[in-house]
Design a protein around this ligand. Structure first.
Ligand code: ATP
Length: 239
């Protein structure tokens, strides 16, 4: 495996608050890599910086060997990186089908309908609700839609920001089944997760982020699970 994504010394700030204070990490092609860490550690900021929604103050982000930091979001999507944002953020007043077309807004190829059909096979509930406003879906269905919408851009790297947040245990299981399926079909996945137990079950590699810095990196098993979970929720500073 080689690094598909290389983040080096990344600094992102909100005014005077540095949310990322020199983050470096790699996501290997073909892997499921997880980012764990307590609230406010900088996980969402990192995902938004990689996706081009936030501009870093310093550092670099290389995707497939190309610098993408400071490129506009649509170019990053075009390069093959898609973000499933935290809290799903589907377009509530648009139908499920319209949300899915929105995910393909950069594509000019003739395979959009075929991809839509494949997604409806993968997510049968979305087919049943294709004409319904996205805002009327359950939380789990909205999460499926957010994932499916990002897949419409045919990403090579899928960034997922806390996909299980606020969902019932059975739905969480389903989300992780989808993550495993997407990975089997060749998508590289970089996942932010509060549910460390589930994350460690699917991940090949994980990073811990605390207060804007990576404090641990390893394979599941390289740190006792209860220690990972404790640091993922509380951070090591509060030992
Ligand atoms: P959570 O799990 O709660 O989503 P997180 O690890 O994703 O946390 P971030 O949302 O990236 O953390 O936040 C990192 C830091 O940046 C926090 O201290 C947060 O208060 C701060 N922050 C985030 N968004 C903003 C903003 N729009 N303006 C100012 N500060 C912000």
């Amino acid at each position: 495996m080689s690094a598909m994504l290389e983040v080096r010394d990344l600094v992102t700030a909100y005014g005077k608050i540095e949310a990322l204070r020199g983050v470096s990490l790699e996501v290997q092609a073909g892997s499921i890599t997880c980012l764990l860490g307590p609230n406010g550690a900088g996980k969402t900021t990192l995902m938004m910086t990689i996706a081009g929604i936030l501009r870093p103050r310093a550092g670099s982000v290389r995707f497939a060997g190309r610098e993408i930091a400071r490129r506009p979001p649509h170019e990053i999507v075009g390069a093959g990186v898609a973000l499933v944002p935290e809290n799903r953020l589907v377009f509530p007043g648009m139908s499920v089908r319209e949300n899915l077309y929105a995910g393909a807004y950069l594509r000019r190829d003739g395979e959009i309908e075929a991809d839509l059909e494949r997604l409806f096979e993968r997510f049968p509930r979305l087919r049943e609700r294709a004409g319904q406003d996205a805002g009327t879906l359950s939380g789990g269905e909205q999460q499926m839609l957010a994932v499916a919408r990002s897949l419409m851009s045919r990403p090579k790297l899928l960034l997922m920001d806390e996909p299980s947040l606020g969902l019932a245990p059975l739905v969480v299981e389903e989300i992780f089944r989808i993550v495993a399926d997407l990975h089997r079909d060749g998508t590289t996945i970089f996942l932010v997760e509060q549910n460390a137990h589930m994350a460690l079950r699917v991940a090949h590699h994980f990073y811990l982020i605390e207060q804007g810095r990576i404090t641990f990196s390893g394979d599941p098993g390289s740190l006792a699970e209860d220690e990972v979970i404790r640091r993922a929720y509380l951070g090591s500073a509060r030992r």
